[in-house]
Design a protein around this ligand. Structure first.
Ligand code: ADP
Ligand code: MG
Length: 404
């Protein structure tokens, strides 16, 4: 279902409430990576260029005690955003009340007000995280239209996304949200084929629903990462000290049986005797992992095999690193997959998953993919085929409802 976007609405002179994802990493009151703020700029600038009065909402971390308020204030984020835009921002240190209402009322076209961390409301019986109906209604009453650009929270029904949208005459997607719906949504619902998924990462148990959903959609699933060893065990191979989930071996067996050859497992691995950055790496084939060693990465024959399966792909979705990419020595397979995907012509290449995105960026492939999702948990749930409440609550293009 196609969703209304910020391009579809009147902005000039309107008070526009915008949910962004400014949940940036902080250390000692300093922002250590402002990527999320930078990513939100196109939608923010668009609203300002069209002379909206812009009211920004975001959460930052978790707020469980009064003490958490000190370390989770959005004040440093407001300062950074002001620097990036080179514009003043009125930062309201509260999440409701007369100061907020006055700040919004006094806005002129093109002004920006930023509300303090929406999760400060969680000290009030989890009002934000439990989507307290009064809170969503109150925030909605402050504006004329709602723009949701926070894909990272789309898998949660909170007051600042679903609550506001449900009380608004106009609720649309920002550009970031639009991109996520377009690339991940289309890949899962209506992919151009051949559609190949690459699934790696730490655990089968984290990805059960993703594997099950993609088995019904993808033409091939290339398995890598630690996840491969649970499948190896299901095939009766020795996995030694590799990360393997014994409780899921039966499940892996049933998947292999019903997959009709769609699941492709690694044919060789880099193994080591210990889990460390400078452990000696040895190459062995799939069924040759000794009992005193562990699989840390895929090997070169697996890369060649994956290359063959990827050659004609038109859509590729990748979730989960191929090995322990945090150690340079075992980032070779993940790096090789990045390269394979970067070289594909005419294919949409999409990364969903926090660590996979971090790996691609760390290895310098940031600009080589069609889309790198900004939401870890949200992109996983999207790949599982689940309905994301943050997206469902955005109005559909055909009319102004979300139900048709
Ligand atoms: P994502 O966040 O992209 O969904 P996951 O969280 O599932 O990915 O997995 C990422 C983690 O998987 C990384 O920390 C990586 O070190 C780990 N991993 C990958 N391969 C292996 C392996 N062979 N042994 C142990 N851990 C692995
Ligand atoms: Mg992860």
């Amino acid at each position: 279902m196609s969703k209304k976007t910020i391009r579809d609405i009147q902005l000039q002179g309107k008070t526009v409430l915008m949910r962004v994802d400014f949940n940036v990493p902080m250390s000692d009151g300093q922002i250590t990576d402002d990527n999320r703020i930078v990513q939100a700029l196109p939608t923010i600038k668009y609203a300002l260029d069209h002379e909206a009065k812009l009211v920004l909402f975001s959460h930052l971390g978790r707020v469980k005690t009064e003490e958490d308020k000190k370390t989770n204030s959005l004040a440093p984020v407001a300062k950074r955003l002001s620097e990036l835009l080179n514009l003043p921002i009125t930062f309201v240190t509260e999440t409701r009340g007369s100061n907020l209402e006055a700040a919004v009322k006094n806005m002129e076209d093109g002004d920006i007000v930023m509300v303090e961390n929406t999760r400060f409301e969680d000290l009030n019986e989890k009002a934000e995280s439990k989507n307290n109906p009064e809170l969503g209604k109150y925030w909605a009453s402050l504006g004329d239209a709602f723009v949701n650009d926070a894909f990272g929270t789309a898998h949660r029904a909170h007051a600042s996304n679903v609550g506001i949208a449900d009380n608004m005459v106009v609720a649309v997607a920002g550009f970031l949200m639009e991109k996520e719906i377009k690339f991940i949504g289309e890949a899962v619902d209506n992919p151009e084929r051949p559609f190949v998924a690459i699934l790696g990462g730490a655990k089968v148990s984290d990805k059960i629903s993703v594997i099950e959903n993609l088995l019904t959609k993808a033409d091939k699933i290339l398995v890598c990462g630690a996840m491969a060893y649970t499948f190896y065990k299901a095939r009766g191979y020795e996995v030694g000290l590799s990360k393997c989930e014994d409780d899921y071996v039966e499940f892996a067996k049933s998947l292999l049986e019903k997959s009709n050859g769609k699941l492709i497992l690694p044919v060789d691995n880099m193994i080591s005797k210990e889990f460390s950055a400078d452990a000696e790496a040895v190459l062995v084939s799939a069924d040759q992992i000794p009992s005193d060693a562990m699989g840390m990465d895929i090997g070169p024959k697996t890369v060649e095999l994956f290359k063959k399966h990827l050659e004609n792909a038109k859509t590729v979705v990748w979730n989960g690193p191929a090995g322990v990419f945090e150690f340079d020595k075992f980032a070779v397979g993940t790096n090789a997959i990045c390269k394979l995907l970067a070289e594909l012509k005419d294919a949409k290449t999409i990364i969903g998953g926090g660590d996979s995105a971090a790996a691609a960026i760390k290895l310098g492939f940031q600009d080589k993919f069609t889309h790198i999702s900004t939401g870890g948990g949200a992109s996983l749930e999207y790949l599982e085929g689940k309905e994301l409440p943050g997206i469902s609550s955005i109005h559909n293009k055909c009319c102004s409802c979300k139900n048709c």
